[in-house]
Design a protein around this ligand. Structure first.
Ligand SMILES: [Zn+2]
Length: 348
């Protein structure tokens, strides 16, 4: 079979090449790839900035936003031939740390977790892949290709859960939610918050095109420009840009008792705010800044339910381009109108 592989930390080493069939040791469920979404992490790995091959190997099969069809469910039960499934990305560290020991691998404390397509385990950009049944999530069959959006939705399921859990420290329930960034994560955050029945606002740089239209189609309000120009103080902000100036302004803008959940990972961005002034604002307004990354099985389950509830035609508009695996290089090039690009291996 063929797979998209890369030699991590070596720029320009990605290839669509012949590899051996997945080994039974990788899981008892055999899956035919349908599609794999591309995200910034994949681009970073291909650029040689990130990623680790499996121990004793030099190349890594890329891809972590999976969707596949079960070819052979194996002996475990629970799956049937033809089921649409998505593979969980992270595996607990082998020590394990207390959080991994209780299934909270998203909260791993020693950093020794592994991740498919990113860190020491082959990913899902191969014609066939195997998975342990306990790490495969069944997708509502009516979603079809849209099931490829499940992995990004898990990031949002966890982030929203974190906001709700932090909010329990006092008499508080978010009514207004501001999402910063209208990329796939931001748009799915807006979709998720709407499913919770919240008043949702989304802020991004662009003023025209599909992003403002997609926000309005959710019944949410679109803003462009600075957060400081948003005419109210949000109860919760889901930060999805990782841009320093946006984060700094979000801290200024969050309402009293409000929660700012950071999901974007960026770098740099000196702010004009003095640290103790920022701290004083956070103290005097009882704000919480909480970082959220990855997702555990509970979030995968919640995300699969949320995706199944979401409007199919709206979700379909998030997938702006489909590329063949042999054209993976085009899939990794982002154009201004792209929201989510997927590499399609077979029909859903
Ligand atoms: Zn751990």
């Amino acid at each position: 079979m063929k797979a998209i592989t890369v030699e991590p930390k070596k720029p320009g080493s990605a290839r669509w090449e012949e590899v051996s069939e997945p080994d039974v040791s990788e899981g008892s469920v055999l899956v035919e790839a349908v599609a794999v979404g591309v995200c910034g992490t994949d681009v970073e790995i291909v650029e040689g900035k990130y990623g680790w091959p499996p121990p004793g190997q030099t190349r890594l099969v890329l891809g972590h936003e999976s969707l596949g069809r079960v070819l052979d469910p194996g002996p475990s039960g629970g799956f049937r031939k033809g089921d649409l499934v998505v593979g969980i990305v992270r595996r607990p560290d082998p020590v394990p740390c207390p959080n991994c020991a209780v299934g909270e691998w998203d909260m791993c404390r020693n950093g020794e977790y592994t991740e498919r397509g990113i860190k020491e385990i082959h990913g899902y950009m191969s014609e066939r892949w195997r998975i342990e049944p306990e790490y495969a999530i069944k997708v509502d069959p009516s979603l079809g290709l849209l099931g490829v959006l499940l992995e990004p939705m898990t990031v949002i399921s966890k982030a929203l859960e974190q906001v709700v859990m932090v909010g329990r420290r006092s008499f508080w329930e978010a009514e207004t939610v501001l999402v910063t960034g209208a990329g796939p994560i931001g748009l799915l955050a807006a979709c998720g918050a709407r499913l919770f029945g919240k008043e949702v606002h989304v802020l991004d740089r662009v003023e025209t095109g599909p992003k403002p239209e997609l926000v309005r189609a959710l019944g949410a309000t679109y803003h462009s420009g600075s957060i400081l120009g948003v005419p109210f103080e949000p109860d919760a902000i889901i930060e999805c840009t990782g841009v320093g100036s946006v984060i700094a302004d979000a801290i200024q803008k969050i309402g009293a008792g409000g929660v700012l959940c950071l999901t974007g990972v960026g770098g740099g961005g000196l702010s004009g705010y003095a640290v103790a002034d920022v701290a004083a604002k956070v103290v005097l307004k009882n704000n919480v800044l909480v970082g959220s990354v990855n997702a555990n099985k509970r979030h995968w389950y919640k995300a699969s339910r949320a995706l199944a509830q979401a409007d199919r035609s709206w979700l379909g508009r998030l997938i702006t381009r489909r590329e063949k695996p042999e054209s993976f290089e085009q899939a990794l090039q982002r154009t201004p109108d792209d929201i989510k690009v997927v590499i399609q291996f077979s029909e859903a």
